[in-house]
Design a binder for this molecule. Structure first.
Ligand SMILES: O=C(O)[C@H](O)[C@@H](O)[C@H](O)[C@H](O)COP(=O)(O)O
Length: 254
């Protein structure tokens, strides 16, 4: 049963430290469980710089038992500025104590279908015995059209039930070729946290969180079957919501 919390912060700056504490608390919880490791899925967009800055500001970050994957990735070389891995490598992964083989990257030299299969294989090898990889925490963004990962409105990939990772050739947002985790993987996670800031997100957030006309938008289809669902918003993004939200005080555990 999914528990959903909508957490609103005065500004993106005040949300940042709370996001870092969320990652660190879920990491400690996972590493002290029988799994003895913490699996984290990352997304691109504005999350890259916020998360990197805030995790590096933590006084006691220990990422030696982390496994990091990507909720979606653009099929471009790592040195290309569109590469989500490339951005995280520069801003975060090269600055923390994470073993190189604990970062699950796509192979951008493969054609997109093979790239998705190769990444799916990496996930299944990293999560042996699990039909669908169960991440401890997935961090997601949401576009103004309601997309998340590379799952776009009205796209057939929303109906994917067999693959854990799917290729996409016709992403409406460039670059067009990408690979993405599918909804079964996203919804199997122990915790999914969306990070969404800015007034431009207000209308789509109302639609996603409170419902609206037409089929549910991709972000509204993220409902972890066993896990927690958190929405971290700033006040401008939450401005149109009528539902009950929480406003965590500074320093609160999430
Ligand atoms: O691959 C991409 O094109 C981006 O990663 C994209 O999916 C992003 O996550 C959302 O558009 C939210 O981005 P913002 O949080 O920066 O608005």
């Amino acid at each position: 049963m999914c528990s959903r919390k909508v957490l609103v912060f005065p500004s993106a700056e005040e949300m940042g430290p709370a996001l870092a504490r969320l990652v660190s608390s879920r990491a400690k919880r996972a590493c002290s469980s029988q799994r003895r490791r913490f699996s984290l899925g990352l997304s691109g967009g504005s999350l890259v710089s916020m998360l990197s800055r805030e995790l590096l500001a933590l006084p006691d970050l220990d990422s030696s038992a982390w496994i990091v994957g990507f909720c979606d990735e653009r099929l471009v070389p790592f040195h290309n500025e569109e590469s989500t891995y490339g951005l995280y490598k520069n801003q975060l992964l090269s600055k923390i104590n994470i073993p190189e083989d604990a970062v699950l990257t796509i192979n951008p030299s493969l054609p997109v279908e093979e790239c998705a299969e190769d990444y799916a294989r990496k996930l299944s090898e990293t999560f042996p015995g699990e039909e669908v990889p169960v991440f401890d925490l997935l961090l997601l963004g949401m576009g103004p059209d309601g997309h998340t990962c590379s799952l776009f409105p009205d796209h057939p990939l929303l109906e994917e039930t067999k693959k854990t990772v799917a290729p996409i050739r016709d992403s409406p947002k460039p670059p067009p070729e990408r690979v993405t985790m599918t909804l079964p993987v996203v919804n199997a996670a122990r915790c999914v946290a969306f990070v969404s800031t800015g007034a431009s997100k207000a209308p789509v957030l109302k639609h996603v969180l409170e419902g609206g006309e037409g089929p549910p938008l991709p972000a509204a289809r993220v409902v972890p079957s066993q896990g927690e669902l958190l929405w971290l918003l700033d006040e401008p993004a939450a401005a149109s919501l009528s539902l009950q939200v929480q406003r965590p005080p500074p320093g609160a555990e999430l």
